[in-house]
Design a protein around this ligand. Sequence first.
Ligand SMILES: O=C(O)CCC(=O)N[C@@H](CCC(=O)O)C(=O)O
Ligand SMILES: [Zn+2]
Length: 338
Amino acid sequence: MSVRKTLFDGEPDWLAHTLSRAGQASAPVTAALPDGAEIRRLDTGILELVPASADDRRLIISAGIHGNETAPIEVLNGLLNELVDGRWQIARRTLLILGNPLSMVAGDRFVDHNMNRLFSGAHAKAPYTGSPEAARAAQLEQACREFVGDADRVSHYDLHTAIRPSLREKFALYPFVEGRKVPQDQCNFLLEAEVHTLLLQHKAGTTFSSFSSSHLGAESFTIELGKVRPFGQNDLLRFKGIENALRRVFRDEPAPTPPDADELTVFEVVHEILNTGDDFQFHVPDDIANFTPYQPGTVIWEDGATQYRVGDVPEAIIFPNRNVPVGQRVGLLVREKA
Ligand SMILES: O=C(O)CCC(=O)N[C@@H](CCC(=O)O)C(=O)O
Ligand SMILES: [Zn+2]
């Protein structure tokens, strides 16, 4: 049987298969490639790529944790099509994940709950238990744990696109782990992917990348690659940087040396804005671009008891979103690291 037939049950490719099986299990199957590598379908939207020979490094690439963030999903699907068609050979043991198939079908960020707040065990807590996102987050945690085993050289790139435009189109977030510093090879990977901005998180959270970094010891990044658009409406030329960088990593080819002048601009979190409840008022407009700076003294939010004003130097807003449940993040205020 052909590789496509084995893996995709009559659907043309992985994306079509994942959408057609959203919310349902897919039986594990293995397809052998001519070079001795294998593609193992572990379940719907979860594939393991096993090279004919590989070292102990492990790579996890995820997209579609938010179902409407379609460009990275299309990029991963395109790369997998190339592998299936024999255009290159896999040399790094890799777990490929399309995160939330049900919300991909719906064309929405999520169905019941934002899945990127349900990792590190949050899926087991009220009010999330029983929702499709809670079940999927638990499944993805387990798949990652089994894939990583006792490997200690693990990278995880969780690919997203942002709801709003951004003054810095592509940027990565580095989850907080006490004492950890971003390794130079990871900085070089980001630059190779045309990501020139890095935000250092200030505390561990319940995102997928925070889970893999805190619980699996991975070097993990959430990578924002552009703007949310429906399937078929992405200009994939704008995503060539990540596509080429991932293909190079899959093939385990040597990393290019970044030009001397090529450096990441690093930001740090100054303040995390949380929805504090009924009296919460957020003074940032809905359509403001990520990284828009606010001048010292500007009131950003208030709730009757507390008022937050920008400090002595400008602070820039990221991910402004007033429509989140009480207790969740409404946005981040950041500034360039000195
Ligand atoms: O554009 C937005 O408001 C959200 C884009 C997005 O989904 N971002 C991630 C960032 C995760 C992180 O903080 O590492 C998210 O909000 O889940
Ligand atoms: Zn997202």
